[in-house]
Design a protein around this ligand. Structure first.
Ligand code: TXA
Ligand code: MG
Length: 347
């Protein structure tokens, strides 16, 4: 790993975007804000530049990258086939938190697509991301800008925690809006299939293209089912302590309090993850409020920051409520269950 002096660029200044665009054109790495999470960008059509992303993140080389574009025309340059459903979804949701999978053309290096003959493409809506793509004149390959296995970054400071000294620059655009990664939809088969849930929900997609399927590997954790998005097989987003989800209609707080007290009495550092509505039910020293249960988008926006906070506090054990009840509940629980290694207690 080559080490470098990572510069923090102010996302409000046009000079910052110009500087970052120059770095990308010299095969360098720049982290930048998107509306979902911070991305770690490199020139998507340059194998050598894309390879640096894997090195900086410690990412398995079979896990392909998403290519970010600023103009729908780019899809016709990068994909060999653009079906009607793709046109409808791009028109409905771009720029925005939707990634589509299409068959790729030869100019897209295997290093960007993890050796797959398909490509993941997304047009982000964050103005800094769009300006950076336009100013650089490139297609930008960008995974989330965390070290592999850590929660995705929702602030420039999270990127610095993981990437300082490993990448040329971070553009600081403040806190991202959505907080969980884009919805991924595979459009290479007959029925559009969700490979990763996100802010764009199944019913929003169905309103545009009719029937939509969900990758069966997402529904049940089954070692025999291989997710179609290679990245979904890794235990992602995990805090260093052991996270357990406690779920049920009644008695969740009582159960969490008793589990937390037991661990605390053994000398461990313990945190509880809850919502504003329920926070007063806990008597643990670290009660972390992810958001408001009545507004699922606030939980999505804070979830990764709260998981990182557990690491900062040195937590050995973390107990979380389940947050499946909002429109975004499926996407939130997909991340939380992975962070917990599917450790769930039902009360
Ligand atoms: O919101 C987002 O999508 C963020 C921001 C930065 O745009 N990016 C992001 O990238 O989440 P990453 O690398 O953390 O996740 C990309 C996911 C992985 O699970 C990967 O396996 C999947 O997309 N993927 C990429 N190309 C694919 C392909 N051709 N077929 C199936 N899955 C693919
Ligand atoms: Mg990621």
């Amino acid at each position: 790993m080559t080490s470098c002096n990572t510069i923090l660029l102010n996302g409000n200044l046009p000079e910052s975007i110009q500087e970052a665009a120059k770095i990308l054109n010299n095969k360098g790495l720049v982290a930048f804000p998107t509306e979902t999470v911070y991305g770690l960008g490199a020139n998507a059509l340059d194998e050598e530049a894309a390879a640096k992303i894997y090195e900086a993140k410690g990412r398995p080389s079979d896990n392909p990258l998403i290519v970010h574009i600023a103009d729908i025309d780019a899809v016709y340059t990068l994909a060999s086939e653009v079906p009607e459903n793709a046109v409808l979804l791009m028109e409905a949701f771009w720029p925005g938190p939707l990634t589509i999978i299409l068959p790729k053309v030869g100019i897209v290096p295997d290093g960007t697509t993890g050796g797959l003959d398909t490509i993941a493409i997304r047009m982000p809506s964050h103005p800094v991301a769009l300006e950076l793509i336009r100013e650089s004149g490139l297609y930008i390959a960008a995974p989330s800008a965390n070290s592999s296995g850590r929660p995705s970054p929702t602030l420039a400071s999270h990127v610095m925690e993981d990437m300082d000294g490993r990448i040329e620059a971070v553009i600081d655009g403040g806190a991202v809006g959505i907080g969980i990664e884009s919805t991924i939809v595979d459009l290479t088969g007959d029925i559009p299939t969700i490979l990763r849930p996100g802010f764009i929900t199944k019913s929003m997609l169905e309103a545009i293209v009719g029937e939509v399927a969900i990758d069966p590997a997402l529904v049940e954790p089954d070692p025999n089912l291989r997710p179609k998005a290679p990245g979904m097989k890794y235990t992602h987003y995990a805090p260093k302590g052991q996270l357990t989800i406690v779920e049920g209609h009644n008695g969740v707080a009582e159960k969490i309090n008793s589990l937390a007290q037991e661990k605390a009495s053994q000398g461990y550092t313990v945190a509880v993850i809850t919502t504003r509505e329920n926070a007063s039910a806990y008597d643990c020293p670290y009660v972390l409020v992810a958001g408001e249960r009545s507004h699922g988008e606030t939980i999505a926006a804070n979830l990764y920051a709260v998981l990182r906070q557990c690491d900062d506090l040195g937590c050995d054990y973390i107990y979380s409520e389940a947050f499946g009840d909002s429109e975004l509940g499926g996407a939130i629980m997909n991340r939380l269950l992975k962070a917990a290694g599917h450790r769930v207690i039902n009360v």
